[in-house]
Design a binder for this molecule. Sequence first.
Ligand SMILES: Cc1cc2nc3c(=O)[nH]c(=O)nc-3n(C[C@H](O)[C@H](O)[C@H](O)COP(=O)(O)OP(=O)(O)OC[C@H]3O[C@@H](n4cnc5c(N)ncnc54)[C@H](O)[C@@H]3O)c2cc1C
Ligand SMILES: NC(=O)c1ccc[n+]([C@@H]2O[C@H](COP(=O)([O-])OP(=O)(O)OC[C@H]3O[C@@H](n4cnc5c(N)ncnc54)[C@H](O)[C@@H]3O)[C@@H](O)[C@H]2O)c1
Length: 452
Amino acid sequence: MSTSVDVVVIGTGPGGEDAAGRLADAGLSVVAVESRLVGGECPYYACVPTKMMARASDLLAEARRASGRAGTSVVTPDWTPVEARIAEEATDGWNDQAAVDRLTERGARVVKGRGRITARGEVTVGDETFSASRGILLNTGTSPTAPPVEGLADLPYWTNRDVVHATTAPESLLVLGGGVVGVELAQIFSRFGARVTVVEVADRLLVQDEPESSELVEQIFDDEGITVRTGAKVTSASYDGSSFTLSLPDGDLTAERLLVAAGRRPNIVDLGLEHYDVDETVRALPVDDRLRVADGLWAIGDITGKGAFTHMSMYQAAIAVRSILGEDGPAAEYHAVPRVTFTDPEIGAVGLTEAQARDQGLRVRVGSTRIADSSRGWIHGAPGNEGYIKLVEDADKGILVGATAAGPYGGEILGALVTAVHARVPTATLRTMIYAYPTFHRAIESALADLG
Ligand SMILES: Cc1cc2nc3c(=O)[nH]c(=O)nc-3n(C[C@H](O)[C@H](O)[C@H](O)COP(=O)(O)OP(=O)(O)OC[C@H]3O[C@@H](n4cnc5c(N)ncnc54)[C@H](O)[C@@H]3O)c2cc1C
Ligand SMILES: NC(=O)c1ccc[n+]([C@@H]2O[C@H](COP(=O)([O-])OP(=O)(O)OC[C@H]3O[C@@H](n4cnc5c(N)ncnc54)[C@H](O)[C@@H]3O)[C@@H](O)[C@H]2O)c1
């Protein structure tokens, strides 16, 4: 005997939670199925707690910079307030009751358990079955993966889900993977006193970004005493009860803790996708510009492969909700996806890198400038004024198709460039703008002048 509803949402990441609420607001009967915590990875294990950590480690760095410029500073790092803030303010002790109550008050029913599609339009959770007349919305997210390194699988290593429970900064830390998670957490723990080594198999950190961003982060890490091993092939891993060892062809690396930040896999296996003739071994679910996978099946968030970010999950949720409600409105577009890596300096980027634009066959012009060469960068002073702005122009159309804003508040400066790329503002128009003096964003004008 199944319960009839309008929509079943499987997985309540940021987008799924938002969509379930909006659909209930619209008067639909909605069941939101969640196997862990309503809100997903972001508030409990990812964005929010790690950005609280970044805020704390940035405070340490900024306080240390006072010496010689604003007096004398002696800073003693202490993880206790960071741990407390994450446990109490961010996650309420990893308790989602407030989020469950919010959804329930809007009229959705929250069902805790693992949801599985058991027929077209049918979802089973434990011994309860729901038939969804309008359809099913998937927002099941991703889980951390460990690379196939001999000995690694059974070790008590950290992933992002363990790091948020840290009670102290370790004395030493190996970070396997120099992507976004790896570099953000490497700098945080280093600033709290850990001896950190980042081990990355690719030939540079942050491989998805401009090479200049990789060079910048590698230089900053070198200045701050973080060891970076790129092009590193780990052959085996072990743990002796007190320290981890990663073996590389040219020797071993050891540390008190090992953080595996080597990528994610989509939570789509054994979800019952075969009922919609969808292959569950794909890296991302194919969706159209209304987030439809098939008739009566929608997917949003990391599992769509359009950018693993909370803002993407929320953006797609709004479009999927309109589609489920049969409403018109703008379709999904991905030409101006912003991303910010919250290192210090922040690495903000939007759209295509120079290499991606060239690979697409565009006639490309680039312009760049160093933040330190701008008035504000010079006033700000070093250390702490490192960064650059780079613009990637489709020269035939005279519009920006990509940009990077790296530096102090890089993620905030990026906002102006996201507007330009999103709205396809002609670079000729950007040149006629007035840029306030002396701001960091005024460096955009210098980068425009360098386009050629
Ligand atoms: C360390 C870290 C830091 C990050 N920092 C940022 C940041 O600063 N900014 C940013 O934009 N992004 C950040 N991200 C990415 C961000 O966390 C995700 O993009 C975001 O959570 C959106 O994911 P999602 O909507 O796909 O679902 P998720 O947040 O992954 O949630 C999916 C939910 O579905 C549930 N679920 C899965 N399968 C089932 C099932 N069968 N039945 C029921 N429930 C199920 C899961 O339990 C989970 O709660 C970070 C990620 C990590 C790992
Ligand atoms: N600030 C943010 O918005 C933010 C922060 C964190 C994560 N995220 C999202 O989460 C996603 C996942 O992040 P991630 O850092 O876990 O994954 P990632 O895919 O971005 O990076 C993983 C890195 O691990 C490396 N790697 C893989 N196997 C390895 C091996 N055997 N040895 C050494 N290195 C190895 C890869 O080459 C890659 O550089 C990101 O793509 C991003 O979209 C966003």
